[in-house]
Design a protein around this ligand. Structure first.
Ligand SMILES: CC(=O)N[C@H]1[C@@H](OP(=O)(O)OP(=O)(O)OC[C@H]2O[C@@H](n3ccc(=O)[nH]c3=O)[C@H](O)[C@@H]2O)O[C@H](CO)[C@@H](O)[C@@H]1O
Ligand SMILES: C=C(OP(=O)(O)O)C(=O)O
Length: 424
């Protein structure tokens, strides 16, 4: 396991460029197996999830190569094979192989996915959609076995009981080559869903309504890539750098951002009194020292993203008075609290109403802490940069799963940070 070592106390300045969105990429790679031609992606983030997805592709004889942000995937010689459980368990988005394999072969056998440990993460809505399209689903130990009758999947009308990014994308992947029309109601509206649909439509899919809560998919028989798909910028990575630069920057320019994807987040930074300069595809964060406390409630897109409530927390420590966070998506997403408190923070979790109360903290001190999941890790990393002394974050793979070239980017911003491998 990797550890991240941060020698804090160096204020951040300069430029950082955001990579392609993790949550698009981890769906686009499974989606690529639906293609009848090789496909190419650009702006692919250099994160552990991508390397693990490449291992899963390899097990199906799908060749891929990745360098300088370009990922080539050739699914033309795909074979049905057992998928490697360790890689499947290393990330959440491996559940997209259920929809993609169903779309490709009319059957799938996939181990339950892993991903961030942020409280219960059921996949009942994914299964409900597959069943509505005619699939038979059996749980066998930690495997989900999905089959269809001869004739494969058929279109269906599906109302999702909860707004789910994963269930929306998985249903699209299963439906894109199914017979007839599938309608998803109460669909999630995240920009990453539009990105996946853009990729599929450019290959000949017929999907309308992505970005609204009703998505219509007319099944097609062929998908052929004719151009490189450029992945949208990662709005969560961007939000993480905006929070970091606001809390501990001397002037930082964040490039390759779509500000419209971050409206709910940006509005909170403005409410705190940070004088952001927002341009077409970059945001300048000036040095700031006085911040107002705020209240945050996480919601499905376009609301405040659950994935940003932990990264903004170190900034809230610098605000006057108390700030409160209610995470309505993952109310138990609190693994950062004990770790930041070890560093001297004053954060409390109210079990009664599920709110997190973040009180003003004058000083953080470097400590030995653990990244329980990706965004807890991001929060701890920012606190480590702000702290006096050295912070050692164990389980740093949880940070590396989702933050593109993180050491190079932080070093370019004047941070003193490195990754070391325990096992050496
Ligand atoms: C790879 C990926 O894109 N991960 C993102 C995705 O995760 P993921 O797709 O797993 O999250 P969902 O949008 O599905 O989850 C939203 C809510 O619905 C519930 N739910 C979901 C599915 C289901 O079948 N039944 C059910 O009850 C979940 O417990 C959660 O409370 O969206 C989350 C919510 O924005 C983000 O935190 C993750 O970064
Ligand atoms: C929860 C997250 O990721 P995943 O769904 O991949 O575990 C995240 O990116 O914050």
């Amino acid at each position: 396991m990797n550890k991240m070592i941060i020698r804090g106390g160096h204020r951040l300045s300069g430029d950082v460029t955001i990579g392609g969105a993790k949550n698009s990429t981890v769906a686009l790679i499974p989606a690529a197996i639906l293609a009848d031609t090789p496909v190419q992606f650009d702006m692919v983030p250099n994160i552990l999830d991508v390397h693990n997805l490449m291992l899963i592709l390899e097990s199906m004889n799908v060749k891929s190569d990745f360098a300088d942000g370009i990922l080539n995937v050739d699914p033309t010689n795909i074979v049905e094979n057992a998928l490697p459980s360790k890689a499947i368990k290393s990330l959440r988005a491996s559940y997209y192989f259920m929809g993609a394999l169903l779309g490709k072969f009319g059957r799938a056998k996939v181990t339950f996915p892993g991903g961030d440990n942020i409280g219960p993460r059921p996949i009942d809505q994914h299964i409900k959609a597959f069943k509505a399209m005619g699939a038979k689903v059996i749980n066998d130990g930690d495997k989900v076995i999905i089959n269809t009758e001869k004739g494969g999947l058929h279109g269906a009308s599906i109302f999702l009981d909860v707004v789910s990014v994963g269930a929306t994308i998985n249903t699209i992947l299963a439906a894109v080559k199914a017979n007839g029309e599938t309608i998803i109601r109460n669909a999630a509206k995240e920009p990453e869903i539009i990105d996946i649909v853009t990729f599929l439509n450019n290959m000949g899919a017929k999907i309308r309504g992505a970005g609204t809560d009703v998505i219509r998919i007319e099944g097609v028989s062929k998908l052929e890539a004719k151009n490189t798909h450029i992945i949208i910028p990662d709005r969560i990575e961007a939000g993480t750098y905006l929070a970091m630069a606001s809390a501990y920057g001397n002037g930082v320019n964040v490039h390759n951002v779509i500000p419209e994807h971050l409206e709910s987040f940006i509005s909170k930074l403005l409410e705190m009194g940070i004088d952001l300069k927002i341009h077409e595809d970059s945001i300048y964060v000036p040095e700031s020292h006085h911040f107002n406390g705020i209240e945050i409630k996480t919601m499905p897109y376009p609301g405040f993203a659950t994935d940003l409530q932990q990264p903004i927390t170190p900034l809230l420590l610098k605000a006057n008075g108390d700030s409160t966070i209610i995470d309505t998506i993952y109310p138990k997403r609190t693994k950062h609290i004990s770790e930041l408190n070890k560093m001297g923070a004053n954060i409390r979790y109210n079990d009664g109403n599920g709110s997190i109360i973040v009180s003003h903290t004058d000083k953080l001190t470097g400590s030995n802490i653990s990244a329980g999941e990706i965004r807890a890790g991001a929060s701890e990393m920012i606190a480590g940069l702000m702290a006096e002394g050295t912070t050692v974050i164990s389980n740093a793979d949880n940070i590396l799963r989702g933050y593109d070239n993180i050491i190079d980017k932080l070093t370019d911003l004047n941070a003193d940070v490195e990754i070391i491998n325990d096992e050496k």
